[in-house]
Design a protein around this ligand. Sequence first.
Ligand SMILES: Nc1ncnc2c1ncn2[C@@H]1O[C@H](COP(=O)(O)OP(=O)(O)OP(=O)(O)O)[C@@H](O)[C@H]1O
Ligand SMILES: [Mg+2]
Length: 230
Amino acid sequence: MAENMIEVRQINKVYVTGDISTQVLFDINLEVEKGTFNSIIGASGSGKTTLLNILGTLDKSTSGEVLIDGNRTDRMNKNQLAKLRNETIGFIFQFHYLLPEFTAMENVLLPVIIRKGRADEKDKARAGELMELVGISNVKDNLSTNMSGGQQQRTAVARALINQPKIILADEPTGNLDSESTANVYARFRFINETLGTTFVIVTHDRRIAEQTDRIIGVKDGRIDMDVRK
Ligand SMILES: Nc1ncnc2c1ncn2[C@@H]1O[C@H](COP(=O)(O)OP(=O)(O)OP(=O)(O)O)[C@@H](O)[C@H]1O
Ligand SMILES: [Mg+2]
């Protein structure tokens, strides 16, 4: 049996704002096997981002268990979680969250600097290669505020890949890109998946992208309503 990279059991999520509480995830059980390439689809507001953030330990579920590579993350403290995320997970957010006062290159190198305090020449060369791959070499010294939405998104893709994480969690990673750039980014994801065995979970509203993944997980009103494997 394939080992699980991510496993969640009986996840519920309730957001509380003032005296209003809204449950957005209901009894989610999900196992993501090592080295697989998965997508999550579902209508706007169905709970995809909430689920992805819980899978990546950026957000805590109200109840239930989350295991990353066999470790119970709900029992870890803040520092342990930050280390796990930095070393194990690459995030590509729906709204890419680059640091505005840094250049594209510096944004890409940030996870390295967090991991070991500084980036050496080898890291810079690797950042350069990744930026070349996603097609933003020409803007590598631009401040992130001086880049187009698509260039910022590609910077976020390179940043997620720099530490060679075991897991990539991506939330609409190509939402701002044209179809050619989208195809390039997905080809790159597939290549990394196949050569390094990186596990991918990608939220997308694009059915054509989902159909190219190994497994499509459908979310509807906070529940998994579909789970199709190729
Ligand atoms: N911080 C929050 N506080 C209260 N409710 C929230 C919060 N974040 C999300 N929600 C609600 O939870 C539900 C799920 O939101 P979520 O962002 O997970 O949806 P989504 O499937 O990612 O949607 P989209 O496709 O538009 O990105 C929505 O009804 C949303 O309004
Ligand atoms: Mg979302």
